[in-house]
Design a binder for this molecule. Structure first.
Ligand code: GN1
Ligand code: MG
Length: 358
């Protein structure tokens, strides 16, 4: 694949002169494109196995970012700008059937993998709160980019099939991990039932809110915008908070093999919730407030299930860096969920106190 050849199909300002790989996303391949002018771009090969309908996904992203652009002061920095191809599409399909998309590189920004200060966590909460608030009046239906993405009932259907098939012949070695999933099945289904029954409303959500999916302004340290909009869809707002807490409030990386370093930092949790609620307190429903503290447990559980299921399936979904990587991710996230369970009364109390605060 010649990325310089691919990028020529997009309507850039200036001529592309260099393409370099960026970061280590689990799903797509990402590159930075430099030009002979002042602008740089992000080129991505979208993972067509994870995203079966890339054109629909790009339509979602364009609709959502255009909506945000109308409302913010600096539309080129406060959300992504998708760059069309020369023939006006938002993706390019190459001769191997691979899908490519381009957006503007937002300069003078940084990303983080682990939150270093509570203020960074507060900024993250503000970031997703603002993202949700900006989209609260967005009413164009969004495509369901990945079926049942945060729907645990659907995940269990996949899980049961994965156990039945045992494709990689690995389940014999996983009694503890499988029991961990099964022991919490009913509890997690009863949370999702609140969504199915409309007790928790569906809203426009980001669905992949880990810390590294936000840009921070280099000069001020303030959160600038959510990136990686691939999974923008309708879901419960709570999942965005839960997934963020999973990364912002983890004492270490999500795949740290030293499980003794994994625990939920309540200072980070509180700061994140404080930032989030400062944007959303007035618009969350009573049931959303009631279940907010549970959301990190739900999403961390789902993440354990997804990593473990991928290990059982033979590592077909997430990119791995070494053979047992998905098992290490599973166990590390199990340790995080246990720590959340131990701290759940305190997590509820923190939310209740923040909700009472003026
Ligand atoms: C993936 O795309 P990326 O690397 O930001 C995944 C998320 C997981 C995350 C785990 C489309 O996120 O759902 O939470 O890895 N995205 C998709 O780190 O499956
Ligand atoms: Mg992604």
């Amino acid at each position: 694949m010649d990325t310089l050849e691919i990028i020529r199909h997009f309507a850039l300002d200036g001529k592309a002169v260099g393409v370099k790989p960026l970061g280590d996303g689990f799903i797509n391949d990402t590159f930075v494109v430099s030009t002979d002018g002042p602008k740089r771009y992000i080129l991505q090969r979208k993972n067509k196995y994870v995203f079966p309908d890339v054109p629909a996904m790009m339509d979602n992203i364009v609709a959502v970012t255009e909506h945000i652009k109308k409302k913010v002061q600096d539309p080129l920095r406060e959300t992504l700008t998708v760059i069309p191809t020369l023939d006006g599409r938002y993706f390019f399909k190459d001769s191997d059937g691979e899908f490519w998309a381009v957006c503007l590189y937002i300069e003078d920004t940084v990303t983080h993998d682990v939150a270093s200060t509570p203020d960074m966590a507060r900024q993250g909460g503000l970031g997703i709160g603002r993202f949700q608030a900006l989209l609260s009046d967005f009413d164009t239906p969004l495509a369901e980019v990945i079926k049942g993405f945060h729907n645990i009932r659907w995940r269990f259907a996949q899980w049961d099939e994965a156990l039945r098939a045992d494709k990689a012949g690995r389940i014999g070695g996983l009694p503890e991990e499988i029991a961990f999933i099964e022991g919490r099945r009913e509890e997690m289904l009863s949370f999702w039932k609140l969504v199915e029954d409309g007790v928790l409303p569906m809203r426009v959500t980001h669905n992949d809110t880990k810390l590294s999916n936000f840009l921070f302004d280099k000069a001020t340290g303030k959160v600038l915008c959510a990136i990686d909009l691939d999974t923008v869809m309708s879901s419960t707002s709570l999942n965005d908070v839960g997934d963020a807490i999973r990364s912002y409030a983890n004492n270490t990386l999500e795949d740290d093999p030293d499980y003794s370093k994994v625990w939920i930092r309540l200072d980070m949790y509180e700061a994140y919730m404080d930032g989030y609620l400062s944007e959303r307190k007035a618009t969350l429903s009573a049931s959303e407030k009631e279940w907010l503290a549970f959301a990190p447990l739900y999403i961390t559980y789902e993440q354990v299930l997804r990593f473990l299921m991928d290990y059982i399936d033979g590592d077909v979904y997430y990119k791995i860096k070494y053979p047992e990587h998905n098992l290490v991710r599973t166990r590390s996230q199990m340790a995080l969920l246990r720590s959340m369970e131990d701290n759940y009364p305190e997590m509820r109390k923190i939310v209740a106190e923040l909700l009472e605060k003026e």
